[in-house]
Design a protein around this ligand. Structure first.
Ligand code: HEC
Ligand code: HEC
Length: 421
């Protein structure tokens, strides 16, 4: 089952015909917050090892800090069960210069780590504050269910969707863009981003390594430099900053981040919706599916990396040939001026996405969410729908126009369908 690296582009036979398998994809009757069914015994071991890393609260001796957003992944990803999201927002800052250029590293940006640490012998490293005059963006914690399936979708299928939207949704002005980013392989491959609210990360491993380093402050082979308080690393000169032993990054092989990524890899997706709801047909006819693509399908044989040298495991019984009923094309769309974020393109938290562009949020798991939108701005589904185009601009304008023209009972049916996902 262990093989040398296969390139991660596995075009599948089923590009768009997947719409048809919506109701009948393999029964995934697993519990929210539990593992995928059909785990291979080795995959089950990786899931358990990863779960330990995800569930644990870290201390300074184990590598937490020098500054941090919190002591463990579970402190944020916990609602309604561990692996989910939260109503909690993270903060990012940078400086917009008078000439319009943007400095994402300004005084410790772009990640605000509000908590400091005390390191031996007795040095107190202060938590970060938002510097005066900084440009600030806030983002809501995302749920992580089904992320291994998302990671397994073939690049070619995401890129084909770009062409499909260009050819089919021109009348509505909908044309998703892939956020192309380099992956961690050597030599790196340019791949469509899929993780993060701007689809700024192309692989689960990169996303998780970024969270490990920038949320907890635990460096690792993919993010080897620590974030220092307000960007000032010299304040640590007389302190004994402990190494990060539990990221086990002393070897170049990165088992710490691999363990952590395996937890999300094997975390089951939310259950599929009950078929035959009247609102489902309205979701289609109004055009919500033009961005909220009901389903991708994973390749017939999925392999994944088990070290950073290119050794792979597979074909994975749990990830191969599976429906991914995520209700997202994973592409970026221009959501209009009123939805502009503060960060411009070409930063760590945006990649190529411009201010008005956001990744279509996967709607699976909506039934257990209480807060919506990238910044948690809306508290219910009807407001989230209207937020797509509050001023009639952006790519969603035509679809939202059709939604507004629906009868109240059709709107209610559509909302009930979305609420059931
Ligand atoms: C302080 C709260 C916080 C902590 C701690 C935290 N996260 Fe997150 N996480 C977030 C927020 C906020 C986002 C959304 C950021 C974005 O998408 O740009 C996010 C996004 C993610 C994503 C991508 C979600 C998506 O929709 O694609 C993954 C994967 C993830 N976190 C994993 C982790 C792991 C693993 C840890 C622990 C090492 C962790 N997070 C710790 C708040 C947190
Ligand atoms: C042009 C593409 C597009 C169309 C059309 C579209 N959406 Fe969205 N949708 C998005 C994007 C992008 C987001 C994320 C916006 C953000 O957070 O800034 C989103 C977010 C959402 C959310 C919030 C999810 C969350 O958890 O935060 C809901 C609910 C939603 N859409 C439902 C719908 C419904 C229902 C329709 C049809 C009436 C629809 N969308 C049409 C692109 C689209």
């Amino acid at each position: 089952m262990f093989t040398q690296r296969h390139f991660p582009v596995f075009p599948t036979i089923v590009a768009f015909a997947v719409l048809a398998v919506l109701c009948c994809g393999s029964a995934q009757a697993q519990q929210l917050g539990g593992p995928l069914p059909n785990l291979d015994p080795q995959e089950a071991k990786w899931y358990t090892a990863g779960q330990k890393m995800f569930f644990r609260l870290w201390g300074v001796k184990e590598g937490l800090g020098p500054v941090t957003t919190d002591g463990g992944c579970v402190r944020c990803h916990k609602s309604p069960v561990i692996g989910g999201g939260a109503a909690r927002l993270s903060t990012y800052f940078g400086l917009t210069n008078p000439d319009g250029s943007f400095d994402q590293s300004y005084l410790g940006g772009p990640f605000l780590q509000p908590f400091g640490t005390v390191v031996p012998p007795s040095c107190t490293i202060p938590g970060e504050i938002i510097p005066a005059g900084a440009t600030v963006e806030k983002r809501l914690t995302s749920p992580l269910f089904g992320f291994g399936l998302i990671d397994a979708i073939a690049d070619a299928d995401i890129l084909n969707q770009v062409t499909f939207e260009l050819n089919n949704y021109q009348a509505d002005g909908i044309h998703g863009m892939a956020n192309m980013e380099l992956d961690y392989h050597s030599p790196p491959l340019l791949r469509p981003g899929r993780f993060g609210r701007k689809a700024q990360q192309p692989t689960l491993l990169q996303q998780v390594s970024s969270n490990f380093a920038h949320d907890l402050g635990i460096t690792n082979p993919l993010v080897p430099l620590p974030d220092c308080s307000q960007g000032n690393c010299s304040i640590n000169a007389n302190c004994m900053l402990p190494p990060d032993p539990n990221s086990r990054n002393t070897t170049s092989n990165g088992p710490g981040i691999l363990d952590l990524s395996h937890y999300e890899r094997f975390l089951a997706p939310p259950p599929p919706p009950i078929p035959g709801q009247p609102g489902q047909a309205i979701f289609t006819s109004v055009g919500c599916i033009e961005c909220h693509l009901p389903s991708y399908h994973t390749p017939t044989q999925v392999f994944f990396d088990i070290d950073l040298k290119g050794t792979q495991f597979g074909p994975s019984p749990s990830l191969s040939n599976q429906p991914v009923n995520l209700y997202s094309d994973l592409l970026l769309h221009d959501m209009g001026k009123l939805n502009a974020g503060a960060f411009p393109a070409n930063t760590l938290i945006t990649a190529q996405a411009t201010q008005q562009m956001w990744r279509t949020t996967p709607l699976w798991g909506t039934s257990v969410r209480t807060v919506f939108w990238h910044d948690g701005k809306t508290k219910d589904i009807p407001s989230a729908i209207l937020q797509h185009s509050p001023d009639g601009t952006g790519e969603a304008a035509a679809v939202i126009g059709r939604y507004k023209a629906l009868s109240p009972s059709d709107q209610a049916a559509l909302i009930a369908f979305v609420a059931s996902l």
